[in-house]
Write a protein that binds this ligand. Sequence first.
Ligand SMILES: Cc1cc2nc3c(=O)[nH]c(=O)nc-3n(C[C@H](O)[C@H](O)[C@H](O)COP(=O)(O)OP(=O)(O)OC[C@H]3O[C@@H](n4cnc5c(N)ncnc54)[C@H](O)[C@@H]3O)c2cc1C
Length: 609
Amino acid sequence: MTLQIYEHDVIIVGAGGAGLSAAISAAEQGADVGVVCKSLLGKAHTVMAEGGIAASLGNMAPDDDWRSHFLDTMKGGWGLNDPKMAEIHALESPERVLDLERWGAVFDRTTDGKISQRNFGGHRYTRLAHVGDRTGLELIRTLQDKAVSLGIQVYMEYTITELLKDSTGKKLAGAFGYWRVTGLPVLFRAKKIILATGGSGMAYHVNSSSWEYTGDGPAMALRVGAELVDMAFVQFHPTGMVWPLSVKGTLVTEGVRGEGGVLKNSDGERFMFNYIPDAYVGSIADTEEEANRWADGDSSARPPPELLTRDVVARAILNEASEGRGSEHGGAYLDIASQRPTEFILQKLPAMYHQFKELAGIDITKEPMEVAPTCHYMMGGIRVDPETQETCVPGLYASGEAAGGLHGANRLGGNSLSDLLVFGNRAGIHAGQSAQKMKNFPKIPEENIESAIDHLSFPFKNKSSGEHPFRLRDELQTIMEEYVGIKRDEEGLEKGIEELQQLRSRTSNLFATGSQSYNAGWQTCFDLINLIDVSLAIAHSALERKESRGAHTRIDFPTPSDPLGKVKFIVSLSSGKFNISSVSIPTPRKELLAMIKKDQTKQKSSGKK
Ligand SMILES: Cc1cc2nc3c(=O)[nH]c(=O)nc-3n(C[C@H](O)[C@H](O)[C@H](O)COP(=O)(O)OP(=O)(O)OC[C@H]3O[C@@H](n4cnc5c(N)ncnc54)[C@H](O)[C@@H]3O)c2cc1C
């Protein structure tokens, strides 16, 4: 097989919001940058983002500032967030949103011409900058235009399968893979590599993910010695479509609730009033009348319980359904039709209107939607330095959903797009600057390149009596749904790990037939190897975390544990064995700690935000 070789100072794997942000800032440091992506430029998962970008611009709520955003992020993450990351994220989000505006993004506007913001769960102020319910499309379009204007080289439809180190075995030196168009191998030599490969939602049957979400970045990083963090925390978004089955899991943006939509059970009751957790008692409306006043803009009222954090709302819907008060197909009803006029819905939620009209034959301006939890986001990911985004493997960086640490036990809506912009930018700056200091490209031992090429063709060497990649993926998704889903316990997790280990050993027998050009079966073999490793990391971390916190619910340990609230679990891989260790979460700096304590006391005593 002919090997194609390219060289760039910085190679970025991923052309979503995180990858493109990193590419722009690395190029602005003077580095020669190449971006590699599995699909076409502009088609990354980020394009699907709907509701908005969280940033304390204060356009709708003048009292908002980075401190409130920091406090909300820490509270939403059940205190498990890396405090430095949460601080940087809150401080830098507004400027990154303004970068988008400077580069031509057309946001929705307030009547006085500022960027419009909307409400989302867990944010005490109206904070999400948005473009209708198609914010991701505008974000990607803007970053893509900017990247192209800087002359950044983009390699489309290339899949990276392996990271390669230099001859010392310590530093990262290249990314190896194939071009999906021909199936031929390719090597990207680089001084620095940034992984911005997004999430791993394809590990579950019911998910809101794009086909690219196969955990490639975290799995490849793990295999070259990087660590993963917070892997137990998988976000099940409360509102995915339920019916028809063919679109089960497709996301229904939180923007519906942000714009006034309410959740009802089969008795027509707004059940979320029954699920306000202790930490939020006092800061959430306790009557429908107050909740409605807040939705109509009365700032003296408190927000409705539908805007509690996603973990809380997802569990509530599940509970209503399991106690016999679910919707026709086992979820809940999300109703904006009875709350807002038709023109408002069409203007604020055009994509949701079309989604339901075309996929389910439902007119959301007249009827309620049926919704249930769907696997949506990975809070866990590659462990990085909070300031530079470098991993423990020299030369390897990560950002965006592929990286972990910022969101702790639960991510607030809108905090992903801001995460991509803030930490994508930081990864690009630091990788770009340090690449500039290196004279030469690190050397990759020839035998390592040959073995990568050899590995690429392994599924064609196996007999067709071997393992079918799509069937194996189906088995994986069933295991994850059954044992590592929203609710977990020790027995199930142990069984899940055992079955995942068996799947892992069966991957050497995966087979592919036909040509290497756009061969979905062959390509799924590599996706699957990554998905299984990420799933094992999730399951091991979930087993170790003997408590319920945020998105991680243990039936056998139903409450949070104080000691576990002070540690993060780290996953590493050595000789094929998954190791779990714990590290203490750094104490926030003095001023931030004082702010957190003051906020908690204020909330308890006043019962208001
Ligand atoms: C329907 C929906 C709505 C959402 N709405 C919001 C919202 O309103 N606000 C918010 O904050 N968040 C939202 N999210 C979450 C948010 O969109 C994602 O978390 C975020 O876009 C992830 O961006 P990323 O840059 O990390 O990865 P992505 O955008 O997924 O990009 C990953 C890139 O990596 C590439 N890649 C992956 N593996 C490889 C490989 N092996 N080789 C080469 N390339 C590879 C892919 O091709 C892709 O280019 C939403 C998510 C969904 C699904």
